[in-house]
Design a protein around this ligand. Structure first.
Ligand SMILES: Cc1ncc(COP(=O)(O)O)c(C=O)c1O
Length: 313
């Protein structure tokens, strides 16, 4: 049966309500554990970052920090930039982004397609270099810019608290035992987990991070060697799960070939951790229900420059 198709007034109304898909093949060794991928690539900007970007813009428009005379500026490894660009176009707001010059060509081209201007930062300094650069640009001309600062803005985790968390509970609130998300700005982990922890049953929240400072899991941060985002609260995740680039990439390949889900590498890392947890639960002869975030789609990485699978750092 076809559900009634939605009519919406703006692309903005298409954000959220993403589906959860059960993965049976990559989790075949844990048949009694349900592993679900929450498909955040179903958002109109193609990633999990649509939720916080829209929220930060709407909050600032509501209280006057952002007007159509200002330029929105932020540092982004890409997906937040796509989201700002898309909503900037939809809301009539100019957008300027600072990003390391080595992010994938696809990401640069997507943001430019919406009319966004890009300022490049030192590729060797990664996302931290982009943060430093955006602060310099804003400090030199504070009246021109609105700087949402996704690493410090409570609207980032707030968007996930108000939407991602309730959506997961609506779909699997009766059975969920584990939630898995990667750490970038940490907004997804912070906001979603806070909401899930209000549930009457205990839901274990697992944060995935790259296992070393130099890695190819774009979108994720190795916190020990990075500027720790002010929104990050180390007491929120119950477990930190380090995942190697190889394991993240291999799981991303498997998800495409075995499940028909061509996802980005941070999502491969999340699902690698989820399947490990599922197999452990299975061996302990317990059931379980794991929800892992799929942050974006793999075609966003068709022109990677930062990492080649066969390249040794
Ligand atoms: C592909 C990808 N995965 C994961 C993340 C991490 O999400 P968060 O910033 O909410 O920690 C991001 C964030 O930019 C991302 O772009």
């Amino acid at each position: 049966m076809i559900a009634r198709s939605r009519r919406i007034e703006s692309v903005i109304d298409a954000v959220g309500n993403t589906p959860l898909v059960r993965l049976r093949r990559v989790a075949a060794k844990a048949p009694d554990v349900a592993v679900y991928a929450k498909l955040e690539f179903a958002n109109p900007g193609g990633s999990v970052k649509d939720r916080p970007a829209l929220r930060m813009m709407q909050d600032a428009l509501a209280d006057g920090r952002l007007t159509r005379k200002k330029i929105l500026i932020d540092s982004t490894s890409g997906n937040t930039g796509v989201a700002y660009s898309l909503f900037g176009a939809a809301l009539g707001i100019r957008v300027r982004l600072v990003m390391p010059s080595n992010v994938s060509k696809a990401r640069k081209d997507i943001t430019k397609a919406f009319g966004t201007e890009i300022i490049y930062s030192d590729p060797l300094e990664g996302s931290d270099g982009a943060i430093k650069k955006v602060r310099e640009v804003v400090a030199s001309d504070p009246d021109t810019y609105f700087y949402p600062d996704q690493y410090a803005n409570p609207g980032n985790p707030g968007a996930h608290y108000d939407s991602t968390g309730p959506e997961i509970l609506a779909a699997v609130g009766d059975t969920i035992t584990h939630f898995v998300a990667g750490l970038g700005t940490t907004g997804t982990m912070m906001g979603t987990s806070r909401r899930l922890k209000e549930h009457t049953r205990r839901i274990e929240c697992v944060a995935v991070e790259p296992d070393q400072a130099l890695h190819g899991l774009e979108g994720l941060k190795h916190l020990a060697s990075s500027l720790v985002p002010p929104i990050y609260d180390p007491t929120v995740p119950d477990v930190i799960c380090p995942v190697s680039t190889e394991d993240g990439w291999d799981m991303a390949d498997r998800l495409a070939r075995e499940e028909g889900l061509h996802v980005g590498h941070s999502s491969g890392a999340n699902l690698f951790a989820a399947v490990q947890i599922a197999e452990k639960l299975q061996s302990e002869q317990k059931g379980g229900c794991i929800v892992a975030i799929v942050a974006d789609r793999g075609d966003r990485y068709f022109a990677p420059t930062k990492w080649d699978k066969h390249y040794v750092w």
